[in-house]
Ligand binder design. Structure first.
Ligand code: NAP
Length: 234
């Protein structure tokens, strides 16, 4: 590994948009650490990228498990002594009901992955960014979390993405001036297991803005919400 190579951690990297973010970051020369909660799936995805010529490492990570997040931070500290990029991609859409019928246990489980997961990762990895005065954090949000266009159905998912956007704003405010830039993005409706086969966008299109935000120059934006590399309303 080139010692100047930037280290990029991607959560939920075994499939969908996360796998494509790993691929694109590796193509740009980043040392990618692909993570997944299922080790077999994750190692399979890593091997596919390595076979394509990408420089990609692997580490297991369940974003809902504090111990798992702590172990990842320790391994990164020991292996590289730093991390430059965190892409909080892992997400779940567990509910398929309207708000009055919602199961609050499902709401809690959704928040655990989609909000507390990225929060835990930030707590664990921002200190490694602060040591070197450089960091890029990208939170995979959704148009379904936009307050300005809030609609009905799937309230747990919607709420989790609105909360994730708030986390982006709070983190960005607290890290102002540290050269750690924190942004949310919406990939649009993408053909993945979550998006389904009728979605109009490819994973390449879905990953593009996340990769752009992960590789921002020092004078890039922070505390923003983007789709197709352009700001969108909260
Ligand atoms: P996906 O195909 O369902 O993949 C989700 C990924 O998250 C999988 O790798 C999954 O791992 C992982 N994951 C779930 N829970 C996890 C946990 N506790 N710890 C670690 N990893 C976990 O979804 P996608 O479409 O690629 O979506 C990626 C992100 O984009 C999500 O945050 C999603 O909300 C957002 N998004 C997607 C769309 C869309 O149209 N597809 C639209 C807007 C926003 P397993 O394989 O182990 O389940």
């Amino acid at each position: 590994m080139d010692s100047k190579q930037r280290i990029a951690v991607v959560t939920g990297g075994n499939r969908g948009i996360g796998l494509e973010i790993c691929r694109q970051l590796a193509q740009l020369g980043y040392q990618v650490v692909l993570t997944s909660r299922d080790e077999v799936q994750g190692l399979g995805a890593q091997q596919r990228l390595v076979a394509e010529g990408a420089e990609v490492g692997y580490h297991p990570l369940d974003v809902t498990d504090a111990e798992s997040v702590h172990r990842l931070a320790e391994v990164l500290q020991q292996a590289y002594g730093r991390v430059e990029v965190l892409v909080n991609n892992a997400g779940v859409m567990l509910d398929d009901r309207d708000v009055l019928e919602a199961d609050l246990d499902i709401v809690r489980a959704t928040m655990e992955t989609n909000v507390y997961g990225p929060w835990r990762l930030a707590q664990a990895l921002v200190p490694l960014m602060q040591q070197h005065g450089y960091g890029r954090i990208v939170n995979l949000s959704s148009g379904m979390g936009q307050l300005s266009g809030m609609g009905s159905h799937r309230p747990a998912y919607r709420l989790s993405k609105t909360a994730l956007n708030a986390l982006t704003r709070i983190l960005a405010a607290e890290l102002q001036g540290s050269n750690i830039l924190v942004n949310s993005m919406s990939p649009g409706w993408v053909r993945t297991d979550m998006g389904g086969p009728s979605a109009p966008r490819s994973v390449e299109e879905g990953a593009d803005t996340a990769v752009w935000l992960a590789t921002l120059p020092d004078d890039g934006p922070t505390g923003g919400f983007f789709q197709d590399r352009k700001p969108i309303p909260w």
